[in-house]
Structures are given as structure tokens and as C-alpha cells.
Design a protein around this ligand. Structure first.
Ligand code: SAM
Length: 278
């Protein structure tokens, strides 16, 4: 049975989109783990299979999301960043990038990019208009960095001659090695001005290799790519940019608010932030 909800009904000026609610989608599965309502039976079924393999997966998703908040706050407050490019935005939830950045500096501007039509449907409703700093949304694929960079909405919102905070939070694992995610990220980083930052999280292959291999296999059965990567493979995404302390570490250990966690490796994500020199 195909489910419907209020948020699925067309809004003025929004073309109909095919949400493919018959297949699991990463954005909706993640929403399910975060306790959101924008998910469907196939998303929940695969999400629960993952949870059997990794019982802490919901808490891990929350920790990943908390990192996004800490990283954006850090870049805005300590790095003076006023413009962000958030690729793999996800379904809007608590602590969206513009909310965090604009809480520090109301004139912050954010361009969101995602390739999932459900994120598009929500982004148009929730992230446009009326805010002092301004946001834009681009429906595009990380596999096409040139298209993202050339999109008029990007030039209309961000000044690429000035530093940008590029966030790639829990999205790179959705690309195969054969798609050269490192080259794609490099292309984006090369387009940014000195003083820019990149913030990355990525599910780690080296926390519980057997469990991660298990979820990767389940994802493949569900028609979804999920590639856990080692710390070294994740660190390679930061290239030769200067790592922000403490470097690439388990996500809970990256500049925690308050007391350091007893076991930072309890959430199986690597996290790191780096700054373009010059
Ligand atoms: C797990 S969610 C992460 C959301 C958010 N960044 C966070 O960490 O809270 C991954 C998001 O990346 C998007 N995504 C997956 N592959 C993508 C691609 N090739 N290009 C752009 N977005 C993609 C999905 O649609 C989804 O919204």
C-alpha cells in the first residue's frame, strides 16, 4: 500500500515528483532513525534490518546529526564562515545548517543540495524565503560537481571568491569507489576560496567490520549503495587542507559539547574538518 500524508500534497509552484515510496531511500531511512515522520514501509523495513545488525544505529544517527551542528557552529563562530554549501542535506529536521549558522550570524547564507525528490519537496516548503541571511536549494547530484557549481542558485546565494563551509555529512558512503568520490570532492574543494572549510562524516569500516559489512550487504539487497570506509580513506577526502583539531576522529570525539564521551567509538562514524590554506 502506498502511504500518503499532508506534506506529500502538492504545494503551489511545486511540480509533482516521483517519490518512489516502494523503494528504501537513504534520506527517509535516516529520518526514521532520527524519529522523524517522513518515511515509508520499505525505509522502515531496511532501517530495522540495519538496527538488528547494529543495535545502536539510531543513537549513531543522532550523533552524526549533532556533529553537523557542532561543526557548523564552530565554522561560523570560530572560523568566521558566513556561507555554507551543504551537500546531502537530508530531510529537514532539528538543527538544519542555516538555523545553526544564522543563530551565530544572522546574515549567514546556505545553499542546500540533495538528489532525492522527497528532500526537494520539503526543502521548497521549509528552506526558502524570508530569512535575513538567505538560503537556496539545488536539486542535484554530488556526482555532478560541475553542475552544482554552475547552478545560478549557487552564484545567486554564495560568493565563491570568499570562504565557504562545505559540508558533506553522511553522504559520501552512498557513492561507490568506482565513482571516485575523492575526485568529486576534490573538484568541489578546488572551486572554493582559501580560508574555506570542508566538514565530513562517514560510516567507518573499522569500528565493527563484520557488522558494517553486514549492513552494506543488506543495503545492496535493498538496491542501495552503502560503502563503509576506513579512517585513512575518510581522511583522504580532506586532501591537503589543514586539519582542524582533533583531526579525523570518531564522530562523538570531534569537539564534544561538555564532557568528553566515555567511549567516543560507540558511534561508528568518522568525522573531520579541514581548512584550505592561504
Ligand atoms: C543520511 S542522509 C544525511 C543528511 C544530513 N547530511 C545529515 O547528516 O544529517 C544522506 C542524504 O544524502 C542525499 N544523497 C544521497 N546521494 C546523493 C547524491 N549522489 N547527491 C546528492 N545527495 C545525495 C540523500 O538523499 C540524503 O538526503
Amino acid at each position: 500500500m502506498v502511504e500518503t500524508a499532508d506534506w506529500m500534497r502538492p504545494q503551489t509552484g511545486v511540480e509533482p515528483v516521483d517519490l518512489r515510496t516502494d523503494l528504501p531511500h537513504s534520506a527517509r531511512m535516516y529520518d526514521y532513525w532520527l524519529g522523524g515522520r517522513t518515511n515509508f514501509a520499505p525505509d522502515r523495513a531496511l532501517g530495522e534490518m540495519f538496527e538488528k545488525q547494529i543495535p545502536g544505529i539510531r543513537a549513531m544517527a543522532r550523533e552524526n546529526r549533532r556533529f553537523l551542528g557542532r561543526a557548523v557552529r564552530h565554522l561560523a563562530a570560530e572560523g568566521g564562515i558566513r556561507q555554507f554549501l551543504d551537500i546531502g542535506t537530508g530531510i529537514p529536521t532539528e538543527g538544519n545548517t542555516h538555523e545553526v549558522a544564522q543563530a551565530v550570524a544572522p546574515d549567514s547564507r546556505v545553499v542546500y543540495v540533495d538528489n532525492d525528490p522527497i528532500v526537494l519537496a520539503h526543502a521548497r516548503a521549509l528552506m526558502t524565503g524570508g530569512r535575513e541571511g538567505g538560503t537556496a536549494y539545488i536539486h542535484a547530484d554530488l556526482r555532478e560537481p560541475g553542475r552544482i557549481l554552475a547552478d545560478p542558485a549557487l552564484a545567486g546565494t554564495l560568493d565563491l571568491d570568499r570562504p565557504v563551509g562545505l559540508t558533506l555529512v553522511a553522504v559520501l558512503m552512498l557513492l561507490e569507489d568506482a565513482e571516485d568520490p575523492w575526485g568529486l570532492v576534490r573538484e568541489l574543494m578546488d572551486a572554493l576560496a582559501p580560508g574555506s572549510y570542508v566538514a565530513v562524516t562517514h560510516p567507518g569500516a573499522d569500528f565493527d567490520p563484520e557488522a558494517m559489512a553486514g549492513v552494506a550487504a543488506m543495503a545492496a539487497q535493498g538496491g542501495m549503495t552503502l560503502v563503509p570506509r576506513t579512517r585513512d580513506e575518510v581522511a583522504r577526502f580532506l586532501g591537503d587542507w589543514e586539519p582542524v583539531e582533533p583531526g579525523v576522529v570518531p564522530v562523538m570525539g570531534w569537539r564534544p559539547d561538555g564532557e568528553p564521551p566515555a567511549d567516543p567509538a560507540a558511534a561508528y562514524y568518522w568525522a573531520g574538518v579541514a581548512r584550505k590554506r592561504g
